[in-house]
Design a protein around this ligand. Structure first.
Ligand SMILES: [Zn+2]
Length: 324
């Protein structure tokens, strides 16, 4: 029911009805609608600014996100430890293994080389935690690469170790005849009176005096290059050890090996004799390094104590006539 309004007219001293025009009523309605809209907007804005009331699902998501962030941070910490261990291995690799095998260290830049391509982590861009994701991925990639470099380096070292072992077995390191009492060296390397020419001449090996038939040993692993009868050296064996080393065994009475045969240190390759230009049963033994003749006395370290070695050195240094 529509409410009727009256006012008191002081002139006529009576109540009169208040007439509201149609346009005025319309104005009031418009004003009301506008007010409602304004109030709604104000309420909506304030609703957006007030922390929203979370649904349980939203709460769970947020918790999961927090946990994932923590997880990533913990992964990064574990990676720090892994990098520490790897750096230690790398240091040992560069400063011990590679030094031992006389190989160049791997430069830091080569170990830390990154992955090419700027778009590598594009998939991870555009999230709230993109930086964390990208950094973590980048670290994992770098770590992987460093591990590959280190693993290859250790393979190389293994190969070098194998090579070194082969080298140590090949380099001449024992005396070529049994010499328990250390008295068999009759002439050392150096200038000696030549037994036939009768003047001082460089004696390019060591003479071991012993009965004909005494076993002659290969002084290191190698391949028999020559086993043949010559003029001056009589029956001669030339043993190639590789790594730049060769040994010569002259004046033999008998060969136990043939050309091309592989021998090991200590194998009996022949028997001592008196063939060729020789003034008595003996073995003339030479060591060649990179095609230069060197003093064999430096290659007997394998089967002698320091005391025995010094006795042998003294004997080899005596100025005796060689048997050639
Ligand atoms: Zn000699």
């Amino acid at each position: 029911m529509k409410k009727l309004k009256y006012y008191y007219d002081t002139e006529t001293l009576s109540y009169k009805r208040v007439e509201t025009s149609k346009s005025k009523r319309l104005g009031l309605i418009v004003l009301f609608v506008i007010s409602v809209i304004i109030v709604s907007i104000v309420l909506f804005i304030s609703y957006l600014n007030i922390p929203s009331i979370e649904t349980p699902k939203e709460k769970a998501y947020k918790r999961e996100l927090r946990n994932m962030k923590l997880e990533y941070e913990s992964l990064n910490k574990q990676m720090d430890q892994m990098v520490n261990v790897l750096e230690d291995i790398e240091r040992r690799d560069n400063k011990i293994y590679r030094v031992y095998f006389e190989a160049d260290p791997i430069p830091e830049e080569q170990r830390n080389v990154g992955f090419g391509g700027v778009n590598r982590y594009n998939d991870l861009k555009g999230y709230n935690n993109s930086e964390l994701l990208i950094n973590t991925n980048r670290r994992v990639d770098k770590l992987k690469k460093r591990l590959v470099v280190q693993s290859r380096s250790l393979d190389k070292i293994k190969e070098m170790a194998r090579n070194k072992e082969a080298m140590l077995k090949s380099i001449p390191a024992i005396q070529p005849v049994p010499n328990d009492d250390l008295k068999r060296i009759s002439a050392g390397y150096g200038y000696r009176m030549h037994p036939i020419l009768k003047y001082k001449k460089l004696h390019e090996g060591i003479d071991f005096s012993a009965p004909v038939g005494t076993p002659v040993y290969a002084t290191g692993n190698g391949v028999i290059r020559e086993a043949r009868r010559t003029g001056g050296y009589g029956k001669l064996i030339l043993l190639d050890h590789g790594f730049g080393y060769k040994t010569f065994y002259a004046h033999l009475s008998k060969f136990n090996v043939s050309e091309g045969q592989k021998v090991k240190r200590g194998d009996v390759i022949g028997e001592l004799g008196n063939t060729g230009l020789s003034t008595g049963p003996h073995l003339h033994y030479e060591v060649h390094k990179d095609n230069k003749i060197v003093n064999p006395i430096n290659y007997f370290y394998g089967d002698l104590s320091p005391k025995e070695y010094s006795i042998l050195r003294r004997r080899a240094a005596m100025q005796r006539q060689s048997l050639d």
